[in-house]
Structures are given as structure tokens and as C-alpha cells.
Design a protein around this ligand. Structure first.
Ligand code: GRF
Length: 189
């Protein structure tokens, strides 16, 4: 197999997708190494997960930068230091701007908890429940300047006819982990 790709995972919160990807890399299921965890919420649980796995963490407060451009330039310089070639957004609650998009064109992917193009943006699961759909799902897609609108890489449908949000979220998260890993495997192996 070719040399392992160095990837960064961006996350803002819990980090269950981060953990699933990092474990899959450690077990050589994905031909990649998680070189950096980027988190815009210092102290978020994802940072603990990363530290336990001895993955370097970059914790930043976006508000302490004078502009989004300056914030992303800081991230970019750390990505370069770590020789990061590919970025996975896993619950990163922020729109990627031109600085990172230009440098990592077609090399940033995101996971979203709906069957895009339905229900982009925040609280996709809540939006879908409110609408009353009976088939939920998850999407892995390339990131571009639009909100959850980049080219679709893979999707999985989850039929669900109940109204227990917790149960549904657990189903969606479990499916996300599988789909994210298989997509990364296809793209990087
Ligand atoms: C996931 O549902 C992902 O699709 C969305 O944010 C959530 C992150 O979950 N973008 P976790 O932090 O990976 O547990």
C-alpha cells in the first residue's frame, strides 16, 4: 500500500466521528494518519478524545482573531507544519472560507446528517423530524463555498417512522461512522 496520507479532522463538539475515523486509521482500515485535530471550541469533548489517542490538537477561539481570514491563515500555517494533505470536517460548526478552500481544493470533505440537498445547515435532524419525513439519512460530500452544497460522494438512507429523537440520533450517528470511514477509505486508499 502507498504511503499513509496525513489528514486533519476539524470538529467542534462531541467528536464521535473523529474517534471512529482515528480508530479506523490506527487499525489501518484507512490508509491515513490523523496528524491534527482542529477544534474551534477549546475544551470540547473531541479534544479529550484526541489527547487520549496522542493526536496533536489545535484549539482556537475564532473570536480572538481580527477576521475569518486571519483565523484560517493560522490554521493553514499549522496544517502546513504538520504536512496535512486532506481535511475531514466532522461536526465542525463553521463555514470554510476561501483561504482553506483555495489551498485544499477538492481535498476537504464533510459529513452531514441528512440526505442532501434536503435539510442543509444547522439541526438537519430536527428539520427532517419537523417536516415529517420517513426516510432520514447521511451524506458525505466535498466542501465548497456553498452551505452543505458541494458534490456528493456517498449517501445512506435510514428509514424511520418513529418520533424518538434520541433513538433516531443514535441510528444516524452509527451510520455516519460507517459511511465516513468507507468514503475516506475509497478516497485515500
Ligand atoms: C454529526 O451528526 C455530523 O453529521 C454533524 O455534526 C455531528 C457531529 O457529531 N455535522 P460528532 O461530534 O462526530 O459526535
Amino acid at each position: 500500500m502507498s504511503k499513509k496520507k496525513r489528514i486533519a479532522i476539524f470538529a467542534s463538539g462531541n467528536g464521535s466521528n473523529f474517534e471512529a475515523i482515528a480508530q479506523a486509521c490506527l487499525k489501518n482500515r484507512i490508509n491515513a494518519e490523523v496528524a491534527l485535530c482542529v477544534c474551534d471550541h477549546p475544551g470540547a469533548y473531541v479534544t479529550e478524545r484526541a489527547k487520549k489517542l496522542e493526536i496533536p490538537v489545535l484549539e482556537l477561539r475564532p473570536k480572538s482573531f481580527s477576521s475569518k481570514e486571519e483565523y484560517e491563515r493560522k490554521i493553514l500555517s499549522e496544517l502546513k507544519k504538520e504536512e496535512v494533505e486532506f481535511i475531514a470536517l466532522a461536526g465542525y460548526m463553521r463555514i470554510i472560507g476561501p483561504v482553506l478552500l483555495k489551498e485544499y481544493e477538492q481535498r476537504i470533505i464533510n459529513i452531514h446528517p441528512s440526505l442532501l440537498p434536503s435539510f442543509p445547515g444547522v439541526d438537519a435532524i430536527g428539520q427532517a423530524l419537523k417536516y415529517g419525513v420517513k426516510v432520514f439519512g447521511v451524506t458525505v460530500h466535498y466542501v465548497d463555498e456553498t452551505l452543505d452544497g458541494g458534490e456528493i460522494i456517498s449517501q445512506a438512507a435510514i428509514p424511520y417512522d418513529g418520533n424518538d429523537r434520541e433513538e433516531l440520533e443514535a441510528m444516524i450517528h452509527a451510520r455516519e461512522h460507517v459511511l465516513f470511514i468507507s468514503s475516506l477509505k475509497t478516497l485515500l486508499n
